[in-house]
Each structure stands twice: as C-alpha cells, then as structure tokens.
Design a protein around this ligand. Sequence first.
Ligand code: PRP
Ligand code: URA
Length: 211
Amino acid sequence: MERENVTILDHPLIQHKISMLRDERTGTNEFRKLVEEIATLMGFEALRDLPLEDVEVKTPIETCMTPMIAGKKLAVVPILRAGLGMVNGILTLVPSAKVGHIGLCRNEETHEPEEYYCKLPHPIDQRTIVVVDPMLATGGSAIAAVDFIKARGGKNIKFMCIIAAPEGVERLMEAHPDIHLYVGHLDRCLNENAYIMPGLGDAGDRIFGTK
Ligand code: PRP
Ligand code: URA
C-alpha cells in the first residue's frame, strides 16, 4: 500500500507501546496512558509541517527574529468516544490548540457509523485539523467524520489512528484523497464482525473500562 499521503509511523517507541496496548492483560489505567503517549509520539511527526512565523525575541545577548508556531491555528477533533483518549497527547505538544468533537457510533449490525454529536471550533476553515481515533477499521467512521468537517468548511485535514486495517485505509483515501493519514501500525485485515485483526479489541471499552 504505497500512497504519498499515507504515513506509517514505524518508530520503535510507537511499535513497542502499540504491542503493550494489544496485550489483553493491559488494564484500563495503563491502556489510557499508552494511548496518550502514542498520540504524542505520532503527533510529533504529524505536526512537522505546522506553519511558522518569525517573531522578534530579545535574548540576553541581542534581539533576533526567530520562528514560532504561527497563530492559534490547530484544531484537534476526536471521534467519540475512543478518540478522546488521544486528545491530551496532542495538547501536550500544542497546549493552545482548540478541540472539536464528533460523536459517531458504529451500528453493531450494519457496522455503519451513526452520528450523535458535532461541534467544531470556529472558524474551522483557517485551521489545520487533526482528527484522532485509535482505530480505523472499515473506514466508515473516519469517512463520515471528514465529511462533517468538510461540510462545515474544514480543508487542511490530517487523520491520526493508532491501528488501521488495509480495507479502511483504502476506503478512506478513496473517499478523501486530499487528507493526510498517519497510522501507527497497519494490521492484517478485518474479521467477520469488522474488528481489526490482530488489533486490540474495542478501543472505547478498553479506554473507559466499559463492556
Ligand atoms: C470505534 C473506533 C472508531 C470506529 C472504527 O468506535 O473508535 O471510531 O469504531 O470503525 P470503522 O472504521 O469500521 O468505522 P465505536 O463505533 O466502537 O464507538 P466508541 O468509540 O464509542 O466505542
Ligand atoms: N473499533 C474498535 O474499537 N476496534 C476494532 O477492531 C474495530 C472497530
């Protein structure tokens, strides 16, 4: 799967932490911490093209022009619920980022996403938008989330997921070839219930300790 705007982030630290996430013995507390840490590590790479502007700074030696992140231009948009687990990981890097929310839930029979909430920072069209969700399975939720953001004017969209299935990557990039997708690990395939194999199970349940 070679696509210019799909980046697989195969850093050893990310891979190690994903393996810990997969382990069924990893409890809620540790799982949450790992999701947040992985989001920070992935965000470091996904945000490498954030726009900079030169600002004047007076050092103890002299005044100089030196680059800083330009304006309050970033929006982090988690897909509820599981995406919430990644938000603080990105805010660690850019504390001034605004946060939007998109509520989607997969119908357990059809596996199609159903919307229940959408609130985005205004104006959305001038921001770099990082959509976060740990799992990209069939791609239905990701496609719907990007549809909502575009319908509200969002343009510069990055999508960050920790684990993806090849089917979901293909569907998402066919539907939205203009976005950039960052993946922690590309897994083998989906099972008959549209769960990622080997995956990590239900990300939302593991983050929030439900089921
Ligand atoms: C999970 C996951 C994604 C979606 C991926 O959420 O967090 O949003 O499934 O599946 P897809 O690519 O086939 O759409 P889920 O719908 O289980 O909701 P939850 O986060 O509230 O548990
Ligand atoms: N959602 C999850 O949380 N896990 C999967 O494997 C697929 C969808």
